[in-house]
Every structure is written in C-alpha cells, then in structure tokens.
Ligand binder design. Structure first.
Ligand code: AP5
Length: 222
C-alpha cells in the first residue's frame, strides 16, 4: 500500500524544509495546506478571501474550509503513490476528519513525524525566514543572506524573495500560542494510535534530515 505521512510540529519547526527533501526521496505528493491557502489568497479566490484575515492574524483557518481542500486533494492522481501532509491536520477535528476520509477511501494510515524544537529557536527561524514568490523556496536570512526584493537563487526561477505577512513578531507570538492550544494535543492523539515518530529538530537542516530519515527507516519506509 502507498506510504502516507504527516509532518507535525510547531510553526518554524522546519516541516516545509524537510518536506522538500522527503517528497524528492520518497516520490510522494507534497500537500502543504499553508501553500495551498497562500496560493488561494494570491489568486483572490473565494477560499483565499475567507482565509486571508485568519492567516494574517496568525489564527487557524476554520476546520471545514481546510478539511474540504485536503479531502479533494488526496484523491488526485499524483497522490495514488502516497502523500506527505505538511501543516495538516492541526486540530483534533481535522485529524478525525482525515481518519474518516482515509478509512472511506481505503488508504494506508499515515506515519506521523513530530518535529520538536524549543520556542526560542522557532522565533529566530520564523523572523528570519524569507521565501520565493514563484517557486516557494524556503530560505533564511542568516543562512543564504538574501533579503526581500533579491532575485530567487533557484535554477531557472525568475522569482523575487519576500517575507510572509505572518512572519512578523505579533503574528509569530499568536501562531505559537495557537499551536500549543490546538495542535499540540495531536501528539498524544497519534501516539495513542501508535502512529507517532518523535524527531529532535534542533541542529542543521542536514542533521535534522538525517534524523528524520533514520526514524522513517526504523519503520522500513526509506
Ligand atoms: P503554514 O504555512 O503551514 O505555516 P506553519 O505550520 O506555521 O509552519 P511554517 O511554514 O511557518 O513553518 P515550517 O515548519 O514549515 O518551517 P520552515 O521549513 O518554513 O500555515 C500558515 C497559516 O495557514 C496558518 O497560520 C493558518 O492560518 C493557515 N493554515 C495552514 N494549514 C492550516 C490548517 N491545517 N488548519 C487551519 N489553518 C491552516 O522553516 C522555517 C525557517 O527555519 C526557514 O527560514 C528555514 O530556512 C529555517 N530552518 C528550517 N530548518 C532549519 C534548521 N534545521 N536549522 C535552522 N534553520 C532552519
């Protein structure tokens, strides 16, 4: 059966960064609800208009909106070989809705990788994060030294580097609070179901990647 996975962790834990490596290595579809919602905002679609205010304020978009887009996404053809969920689920009702959809579709139960990082480091990572407006490349100002307005360093990309509107101090504080209240309970939820792998996500991107790979190989996934 195709391997499905979830990357769980606080904002700035490095889920998007590690997802880039994992989808390449495992050849599975990358489903980032944050990316999907940002694309909807950029398009000015109905979903984007509804989601924008929540996102800017660092709050969660209502469950029914996010569950709907994920349900539609996991039945697309590129998900038949497995998918990696990044940023979903984020609440217990979202996890229950995902379980129900997976059971209904006869898909494999996902392995959940929980990425653990201390709050101080999360603030440093988020406040220094920069992204490409075209290819979505994730950068950090102290690592790549590129700030807002610089050209994207990606091959064949004509994009420009920007800073996410929710990577400002107030929104970061709010997101970390929301994580503790609404998303952290998912650690126990998946642990109780025997689906959870814990990974220490401090250290360089490569060190964390090695730890994620080790944890998955312990389950025979890589
Ligand atoms: P989303 O885009 O999912 O944001 P998030 O979960 O807050 O996660 P981030 O993207 O901020 O962090 P990340 O863990 O991916 O870290 P990254 O790899 O970029 O969601 C945004 C918003 O959309 C939400 O607030 C909400 O409003 C809405 N939303 C999305 N999904 C939703 C859902 N399911 N339900 C309801 N609402 C939803 O790394 C961060 C930085 O750290 C980068 O600069 C990176 O270069 C750097 N970095 C990464 N790894 C390392 C390392 N090992 N060492 C040093 N630096 C590192």
């Amino acid at each position: 059966m195709a391997q499905n996975m979830i990357l769980l962790g606080p904002p700035g834990a490095g889920k998007g960064t590690q997802a880039e490596f994992l989808v390449e290595k495992l050849q599975v579809a990358h489903i980032s609800t944050g990316d999907m919602l940002r694309a909807a905002v950029a398009r000015g679609s109905q979903l984007g208009l509804k989601a924008n205010e929540y996102m800017k304020a660092g709050k969660l978009v209502p469950d029914e909106l996010v569950v709907g887009i994920v349900r539609e996404r996991i039945v697309e053809p590129d998900c038949s070989g497995g998918f990696l969920l990044d940023g979903f689920p984020r609440t217990i009702p979202q996890a229950e809705a995902l379980d129900a959809a997976i059971a209904q579709l006869g898909l494999g139960a996902p392995v959940v990788v929980n990425m653990q990082v201390a709050d101080e480091e999360l603030v440093t990572r988020l406040s220094g994060r920069r992204m490409c407006d075209q290819c979505g490349m994730i950068l950090h100002i102290t690592r790549e030294g590129l700030d807002v307005g610089a050209p994207c360093p990606g091959e064949n990309c004509n994009g420009t580097i920007y800073q996410r509107s929710d990577d400002q101090a107030e929104a970061i504080k709010q997101r970390l609070e929301v994580y503790k209240q609404q998303t952290q309970p998912l650690i126990d939820y998946y642990d109780a179901k025997g689906q959870l792998l814990r990974v220490e996500a401090l250290g360089t991107v490569e060190e964390v990647n090695d730890r994620v790979t080790d944890a998955l190989s312990g389950k025979g996934i890589v």
